[in-house]
Write a protein that binds this ligand. Structure first.
Ligand code: TYD
Length: 204
């Protein structure tokens, strides 16, 4: 099974990925956790370029292509081989991030981004995608709490950008049966509970 987590920055998906991993491991499953962008030596190098604040001159087209290149390598080198071995793969962000962030957020042609993502992921289509939804004010609130933590280049961009990204996720939710919207404002155990319920349903 292949499960992806999506949402705005600070939505809490990394915590939920860890909790799901623990649950699956406790149930005797083989699990592989993937972090996007990154996850293979080549992809990690691309990640460094993408998140480096010194690269402020990066064009939105370059950004899209780098995210997609990183993902393509990850699919071939890591995700497809793992799925073949019946390993449970969980990815913290995947192709939906490019549709939400690059097409809706950065305003690159939606049609083109969708086509590119189909090309990049091939057969690696997620079985389930959890979208942890938080309103923009909550992003701001959580962001200010971690001010001592250095924000990366993309996290530093404007709030209307987040508004568009959130709309992007709702667009995908309408199209894709695999999408599950969960409020990121529920407590951590409540969110985890909902996630487990959906995973169990799919396993039957
Ligand atoms: P990441 O380090 O995973 O941050 P987070 O913990 O918030 O998930 O991702 C870094 C940034 O990259 C994040 O702001 C979202 C953005 N991003 C895209 O714009 N497009 C993409 O395809 C991906 C995977 C991430």
């Amino acid at each position: 099974m292949f499960i992806t987590f999506e949402g705005l920055d600070f939505c809490g998906k990394s915590t939920q990925v860890q909790l799901l991993e623990k649950y699956l491991l406790d149930n005797g499953k083989n699990v592989k956790i993937i972090r996007e962008p990154g996850g293979t030596p080549i992809s990690e190098k691309i990640r460094d370029i993408l998140l480096d604040k010194k690269n402020s001159e990066m064009s939105v087209e370059t950004e899209l292509i780098l995210f997609s290149a990183s993902r393509s390598q990850l699919v071939k080198q890591s995700i497809l081989p793992a799925l073949k071995e019946n390993v449970f793969v969980i990815s913290d962000r995947f192709h939906d991030s490019s549709i939400a962030y690059q097409a809706f957020g950065r305003k690159i042609s939606l049609e083109f981004v969708e086509e590119l993502q189909r090309f990049v992921i091939g057969k690696a289509v997620p079985d389930l995608t959890f979208f942890l939804d938080i309103p923009i004010e909550e992003v701001l609130k959580r962001k200010s709490k971690v001010k001592h933590v250095e924000l990366d280049r993309i996290e530093l961009s404007k709030m209307d950008f987040y508004e568009r990204v959130r709309k992007g996720y709702f667009y995908i939710a309408e199209k894709e049966k695999r999408f599950r919207i969960i409020s990121g404002q529920l407590s951590i155990p409540e969110i985890h509970e909902k996630i487990i319920r959906e995973v169990k349903k799919l396993e039957k």
